[in-house]
Design a protein around this ligand. Structure first.
Ligand code: CO8
Length: 373
């Protein structure tokens, strides 16, 4: 078995940002229009009036101030409220592939590697663009990487599960190095007409190079000390979109063909599960929680992260102990914790222990213990 390191990370941030105020203005225009259109039915009590959204609520409930998106005008158009992403010819690289390649190039550069050094590609994300061919194989072709590629989806935990799959391949000698990428266009799955969730997600892509420790030369290395994963079935975060929709004439509406959740239940269920899993994982590796210099947590909700670190540390975490990126990126699903890792790692001294952790639909939870080299 080979020892394994993460030798480089990369990030692609889309060019457009939407503030809470912009998003709320578009949502409230839609609400006013809807209520005007249905005024009679609402007055008769046959229909419920829609309520407006508010920037103050969004920031207080989630910590989110803005989000990056691949298309802004389609989302903010109250007549549309969906990103406008034109279909591309099969001869052109797809948009997920393009985002993945941007992030991958930065990760390769930080790892001091070229595509010739990589033996496999894993695309791990929530928001896969099509059934097949695998986006990973497209990324492989776009970068000129030999070997194999496959896609996997474990919702928000796709990156930590992808890292474990990459680590296993390198440990076993099946690959010298793996590129693990997380291109997420969460806005494609988001119902911007749903007041409870219209503010939650943004778009981004991240990349991680996982390679043999004895061959790594990068200045940005972390030993992968251990990985631990957990899944437990829940319907509290769900999206029923899929190819079988067209085979079910009875249909049960469109709402559940986009992201839906019971946010309160998710919050209550997931926080204790995450704290327990990370605590157990550290104990199994004889690492006192107090020795952890950084928690790169999944970036869904600031209050969740504050609660999880408080449960773990027995006190409030200092901002540098659990860096926040969701204020400007919102929830970018699997990319979130990797964005935090990418942006907040260079200041750590050699020997520092950090934990990368994701949590989300499934439920699915991942913990990756890293030691700076
Ligand atoms: N503006 C103003 N008021 C609002 C709004 C709004 N936009 N929305 C709700 N309210 C009101 C409600 O009506 C309610 O009013 P009342 O008290 O009078 O009934 C009040 O505010 C409180 O509402 P909630 O209880 O819903 O609010 P919470 O405090 O629970 O906050 C959150 C809502 C922010 C959603 C919170 O519950 C949360 O973050 N939960 C955890 C969610 C989470 O982490 N989910 C992870 C999902 S991501 C994942 O796994 C990946 C899936 C794949 C990606 C798909 C891409 C799209």
């Amino acid at each position: 078995m080979h020892n394994v390191v993460i030798s480089g990370t990369g990030l692609y941030t889309p060019p457009f940002s939407i503030s809470n105020d912009e998003l709320v203005e578009s949502f409230n225009t839609y609400v006013r229009h809807f209520n005007d259109q249905h005024a009679e039915a609402i007055a008769k009590g046959e229909m419920e009036a829609l309520s407006e959204s508010s920037s103050a609520f969004i920031e207080k409930a989630s910590g989110i101030k803005s989000r990056f998106v691949v298309n802004k005008e389609g989302i903010l158009d109250p007549q549309r409220m969906t990103p406008r992403i034109p279909e591309r010819s099969n001869e052109d690289w797809g948009i997920l592939c393009e985002m993945a390649v941007h992030a991958a190039k930065q990760a390769l550069e930080r790892a001091g590697r070229t595509p010739a050094d990589i033996d496999g590609v894993i695309v791990a994300c929530s928001n896969l663009q099509r059934a097949y061919p695998a986006v990973a194989i497209e990324v492989q072709a776009a970068l000129g990487i030999q070997g194999f590629g496959f896609d996997m989806n474990v919702a928000c935990s796709s990156a930590t599960f992808g890292i474990q799959a990459a680590v296993n391949s390198v440990q076993l000698g099946q690959a010298r190095a793996i590129l693990m990428v997380n291109p997420e266009i969460c806005t494609g799955h988001l119902n911007f007409r749903d007041r409870d969730s219209h503010f939650i997600f943004g778009d981004a892509a991240t990349a991680v190079i996982v390679e043999r420790a004895d061959q790594a030369t990068s200045k940005h290395q972390f030993d992968v000390v251990s990985t631990k994963l957990l899944t437990q079935f829940s319907n509290n975060i769900r999206n029923n979109f899929g190819f079988l929709n067209r085979a079910a004439e009875e249909g049960i509406g469109q709402r559940d063909k986009l992201f839906v959740q019971e946010g309160r239940k998710v919050f209550k269920d997931v926080c204790p599960m995450v704290a327990e899993l990370i605590g157990e994982h550290l104990a199994q590796n004889d690492i006192p929680v107090g020795d952890v210099k950084r928690f790169w947590l999944h970036q869904a909700n600031l209050n969740m992260n504050l609660l999880i670190t408080r449960k773990l540390l027995g006190r409030d975490a200092e901002p540098h102990e659990a860096p926040v990126i969701l204020d400007t990126y919102a929830n970018t699903s699997s990319a979130g914790s990797v964005i935090a890792l990418h942006k907040y790692q260079d200041d750590l001294p050699a020997g520092s222990i950090g934990v990368l952790s994701s949590f989300g639909a499934g439920y699915s939870i991942g913990s990756v213990i890293l030691r700076k080299r």
